[in-house]
Write a protein that binds this ligand. Structure first.
Ligand SMILES: Cc1cc2nc3c(=O)[nH]c(=O)nc-3n(C[C@H](O)[C@H](O)[C@H](O)COP(=O)(O)O)c2cc1C
Length: 461
């Protein structure tokens, strides 16, 4: 078995663990400093991680009590900076680490976005990935020119056309030999062609503005879990991010998306799945548990509820913190009750109990112990769930990353579970092996025909 590792971050102070920015060791407030990002990238590269995954949100979390006050007080994804801008600096300080960055297909324009990603393909020398999200916050929609957000399935329909446009720009506009740089000619105009896209949401008649990067199409990631989201991931994603508290829950998602990939004509085993995990590691089990207890003292109950309110689109402030959830009737909360009851049927789940449970490790398992204990548990989790690796969270940044790399990685390497050296230098090579820089041949850009058109990615001139 081989376990792949990504680091999980957002350019903000409170992401998966709310309130822990108050811990004296936390450097979370340094998210505005380039040297914080450079230090992070170097730590992850030392641990031979595939990539740093940077999440993003385009609006404040304002469902809890109908305002952004709780999000502001605890720094929950607000304030948040743009995830793309620190990447060049991190790329300059590293050689192998990839960068998977979250950008919303709902609010970008594909023509300008394609150029940004190709620029990062150039500047990182093939180490850029894109986490395709359709965005789910009403607050983002309101501030980006809409009365309210597009419906869930409509956002995915728009994303589908967005993909068609960017595939055409990345794969179908410039021939590999278009840049000649000979005599008086820099680019041979006969080797560059307009994409002539005329669709429902986008009209892009022209050529791609950037010459192709090493990857052409960045490595594509996705994280949707709805039926439509799984089908989208099955068609487009090379990497899939998932959030699950038990291996059995992750397995359902892995199986579902792999089935969608097979239905789309792709090799389902080529998709790589990454589950969020928070790992608290120390020299001994006892020290690791003491460290967790110390972190837990800083977790914010109200902050966790504010974050979950936004995730579930339900204002949880109306609930009694200490009343068991089974008495609550709305659909969303029933889903939450089901989730936590499956996790531990013997417990009485109140809002406070849930907030404390997700306090240090929102989104996935919290794995605590010595290097050997942690390695055992990661191995068990991966084999029972079928995931290919983990998105390792950083609740006390960058201390948690550093502990993981200094203590857990050597043990995982000793067992041959993670790589000891990089075999390739681009992000796609980390996925598929040395020499594979282009998107696999069974992927939609090279096989799918847009309505009435030539294949989206016919870069055979
Ligand atoms: C593990 C995981 C990470 C996610 N990261 C982000 C993110 O950084 N930004 C964002 O806007 N949405 C993020 N999402 C939301 C999804 O991309 C998706 O928009 C949302 O789950 C709604 O789609 P669905 O209904 O298909 O699940 C994430 C979801 C999961 C499961």
């Amino acid at each position: 078995m081989r376990i792949r590792l990504n680091g999980l971050r957002q350019s903000t102070v409170g992401h998966t663990a709310i309130g822990l920015w108050r811990h004296p060791d936390s450097q979370a407030h340094r998210y505005r400093d380039l040297d914080y990002w450079v230090e992070t990238a170097k730590i992850l590269e030392r641990g031979r991680f595939d990539a740093l995954f940077v999440a993003d949100a385009l609006g404040p979390l304002d469902v809890y009590r109908g305002s952004a006050d709780a999000a502001l007080r605890d720094g929950i994804q607000t304030p948040t900076d743009d995830p793309l801008l620190p990447i060049s600096a991190m790329a300059a300080a590293t050689e192998h680490l990839g960068f998977s960055v979250t950008v919303s297909s709902t609010y970008e324009l594909p023509y300008a976005f394609a150029r940004k990603m190709t620029t990062l393909d150039h500047l990182t020398r093939g180490r850029i990935g894109w986490n395709i999200v359709t965005s789910a916050l009403d607050s983002a929609a309101r501030n980006l020119g809409l009365e309210k957000q597009l419906g869930h399935d409509e956002r995915y329909a728009k994303a589908e056309e967005f993909m068609e446009v960017v595939y055409k720009l990345w794969e179908g506009s410039w021939a590999d030999d278009a840049v000649v740089r000979r005599g008086d000619v820099f680019v041979d105009p006969s080797r560059v062609r307009p994409i002539e896209h005329d669709g429902v949401h986008y009209r892009v008649p022209g050529i791609a503005l950037s010459e192709p990067g090493i990857l052409r199409t960045p490595v594509l990631y996705q994280a949707g879990t709805s039926r439509v989201g799984r089908a989208f991931a099955g068609r487009h994603a090379e990497g899939v991010f998932l959030s699950a508290y038990l291996p059995s829950m992750a397995r359902q998602l892995v199986t579902g998306v792999r089935a969608e990939a097979a239905a789309a004509g792709r090799d389902p085993s080529s998709l790589k799945f990454f589950a969020i995990a928070t790992v608290i590691v120390a020299e001994t089990d006892a020290e690791a548990h003491a460290k967790l207890a110390d972190y837990q003292r800083y977790a914010s109950v109200e902050g966790a509820l504010a974050r979950w309110s936004a995730l579930m689109h339900i204002d949880l402030s109306a609930l009694d913190l200490d009343k068991p959830l089974e008495y609550v009737e709305t659909d969303g909360i029933r889903g939450m009750v089901e989730l936590f009851t499956t996790l531990d049927p013997s417990r009485t789940w109140t809002p406070r109990a849930i907030a404390e449970f997700v306090g240090v490790g929102g989104g996935g398992p919290v794995i605590v112990g010595s290097p050997a204990t942690v390695a055992d548990e990661l191995e068990r989790w991966a084999s029972e769930s079928g995931v290919d690796g983990f998105n390792i969270a950083d609740p006390v940044p960058p201390v948690t990353f550093r502990d993981f790399v200094d203590l857990a990685v050597p043990e995982l390497q000793r067992r041959g579970l993670v790589r000891s050296e990089y075999e390739g230098s681009t992000l796609r090579e980390h996925f598929y092996g040395p020499g594979v820089t282009r998107i696999p041949a069974d992927h939609p850009p090279t096989t799918r025909r847009p309505p009435g058109g030539r294949p989206a990615a016919a870069h055979k001139f």
